[in-house]
Every structure is written in structure tokens, then in C-alpha cells.
Design a binder for this molecule. Sequence first.
Ligand code: ACM
Length: 494
Amino acid sequence: MEIAVIPAPVRAASPPGAPFVLNTGTRIVVGPDPATAAIATVVAESLTRLGGLAVPTVAKDSSEPGAVVLRLTDDRSVLGLSVDVDAARSMGAYRLEVSRDRVVVTALDLPGLLHGVATLEQTSDRTRGSVRFPPLVATDAPRFGWRGLSLDVARHFFDVAAVRKVIDVMAGLKLNVLHLHLTDDQGWRLDVPSRPELAARSGGTAVDGDPGGYYTVEDYQEIVAYAQSRCITVIPEIDVPGHVNAALHACGELTPSGEPAPAYTGIGVGHSRLHADLEATGNFLHDVFTDVAALTPGHYVHIGGDEVLTMRPAEYASLVQAAATHVRAAGKGVVGWQEIAKTPLGPDTVVQYWTGAQGAEPVIAAAQAGAQVLLSPAHKVYLDMKYDDETPVGLVWAGHIEVRDAYDWEPLDVIPELPAECIVGVEAGIWSETIRSVDELFLLLLPRLAAVAEVAWSRPETRDWNDFAARLSVLAPRWTEAGLSWYRSPRVQW
Ligand code: ACM
């Protein structure tokens, strides 16, 4: 370990020299592109937090020491990347140069500027009463364009403040997709303007009768905007045609008897379903997906599609196609769990692989037909699995996942027959059946989310468990400083 940065950059070296010190002369210099202004504000806020001194943003560069320059370029050669990254996958690439007098972050796009600053922040040394950044030259680019976390806010609800904390951690790890699992059997967590009964009747329920909650439209917009300001895209998931008891509880017309289903507070799966032969079902799918797509600036809407155990394939396919049709009518791309792979959904579809139990053939066939594949193998990246027998919360159905298990795997080996160009990226998941508090949430997320972030960002040649563990031991105390819980794995020397 030369430099403690997670995820491991393509290349980073510490030349000799004095550090850059945060002081009253420190300022952010924004290039001529106005789009960088919002990014500069976020950077100024975080440097201000780090150093306890207000860091202003200025438009004009000068030779005075203390400038943190954020510079956009369209000249890829400026980055000096030593790896071959095609244009589609180079979103977020950056070059970071730190010397005594200035910091320069150069990038092709706004995510790159933020990622460069995330690297800078991780290298900060606060042991001598001031905030110092040792001299550094780093060139870096992500391996995969989609580096996500799926957060279940349906089994137990997490409010806007909690989601902001998750977003902060994600941004620090250069993750760029927050997938919100907004609906399930136990609760409905987003107020849908055309269907106010959904949140009104099923927003208050949760596993075990615990308190529920839901996002108003304003809450959701706040999450989306906060994420967007950190270059993280929110993908909302409305899970159909199974995992729908909360909808059946709120809308009696969705059940064959016309009576609302009782609230469900257990943790079983596969028992609830929509009915294609009810007219109300089509209207429900139209209203919900049209509204959710309209509320969402990101390109994708997730339609769920998993674990529908009591439906014939033709009915399943018709309901998934209906959901996809409404998403597409709103100009969005479709994401669904891997079960949707058997349903032809056309181009601009992302199939999210999660289990080996179903066989990979449908996923491979869907990829051959043009779908892209997102990798979330449960036994590696379902971060609600316990670390070991002692973990106080979590489930075990996909096995124990120690930090090293979440780290030591190669995305291209998950489905070896899948051409590499079909894989859009890697997404961790955390399901909240057993998670009742923000402390429990972060105890399960950290440090494994850092491990998955490195799998998604860093190339195999820069990944090494022992080196990662050493970097983790430097960076983990910062989670404590930020008031976050995390798991002190006995396999890491802290
Ligand atoms: C899933 O874990 N049911 C997607």
C-alpha cells in the first residue's frame, strides 16, 4: 500500500515534496464551464467540513498558492490514462495532481471531478492539527460504468436523513447508482400522485408491525437532487407482479374478491401477485409506472419481476410487458431482476442477475438478444447476509459473507459465457427484513460496500485482498468520525 485510496486507482504515486495544507488561502477555482459550479459547491462544502475553515469558490485562477482547480477537458490524452477505456466506460475518469501550492483535478465530465476530489479527501492527513494532503499524481478511470447499491426501504423504512448518509458514503466510494426498492409486501414507500391510497394505506406498515413511513413527492425529489449533486443516479423500483401485498392491501380492486388484502408483516416471499385478468391491474400499472417515471430524472425505472411463484409464465410475461410498456412510453429504460430475462422486452433493458439457483441460460439468451446485465450475485454482494454466526442482524440464506468474500470475486467469472461487453456493472444489495436502525444498516454495509465498490471500479491487476485490508484499516476510522457504525472484521488488522 503506497496510498490508502478505496477503490484502488489505476495509477497513483507520491512524488517527494511538501504537502498541500488547507488554510485560509484555500479556494476552489472553477473553470469556464458553468456546469462545474454546482460541483464546486459540493466540493467546497466537503473541504470546509474537513478543515473547519470556509473554502470559497472563485472563477479566476491566479498563481497564488492554495488553489484547488477543477478543470473539465475534452482531450482524453490530458488524463494520461494507461489503460484502454472506451468512451462509454470512461465516465468518471480523472487526473489528480497534488503539490504544495495547488491541487488540480482534470476530468472529462462532472463525475470525474467529484471522483478526483473523493480520492483527494481519502488521502488527507489530519494528525498534525491541520489538514494536509501529501503530494500525489493519480490517473484513474472506472472499470464498470454502473456501480450501484440497491437499498430496501420497504421491509423497514429509512427516512431522507438516513438515505443522505448512505449517499455520502456511496459518493466517497465512487458509486454512482442508488436503486431504491420502494415497494414490497410489507410496505409502500413512495406517494404516487395519481394513487394517494397506496402510501396512505400501506406507507405505515413494516415487518413485525414496526413503524413504517413513506417519501412524499418532495422527499423523493430531495433524495434525487441530493444524489444528483453527487453524480449518483436514483433508480426507483416498483416491484411487480409479485411482492405486491402492500398494493393489494391499499387497493381492494387489485384482488379477485375486490376486498383489500390484510397487511403483511412477515418476511416470507412469493405469496402475493397481481392478476392480469382484472381491469384494475392494467390501470394500476399504467398510473404507477407513469407517475414514477415522471418523477425520476434518471434514465431507468426498475420493474422488479422477482420471485413470482404462483403465476403461469404467460400471465407473468403479460404483466412484465405491461409494466415495461409504461416505462418505455415515458422515455425510460427498463431494469428488472433476472426473472424478467425469459420475457422478451426489447433493447434498452437491463437484467439484474442475483442468483445461480435459476440457471444462467435465460440471462445469456437475453444478453444475446440485446439486453445488458447487471451483476448482483447474492452470495457476494447481498450485504444483509451476516458476516458470521455472531452478527446481531441479517439473514443467512445466501451464506455468511465476510469482508473478504465480498471482495474476492471477479465479475467476468459470474456467468463465464456472458460476453464482457454485455456487463454494465456491479450492484450491491441490502434487504431490510431484519434491519431496524441506521446503526444496523451501516454495520452491515461497512466495510463490505467498500469491497464491492473496489470490485466495480478497479481492474483485476490493481486488486489484492491484503492491500485492500491495509487501506481499509486506514480509512475505516473515518466512518467512526462520521458517526457511522461498521464491522470490525477479525480478519482485518485494524
Ligand atoms: C431478490 O433477491 N429477490 C431479487
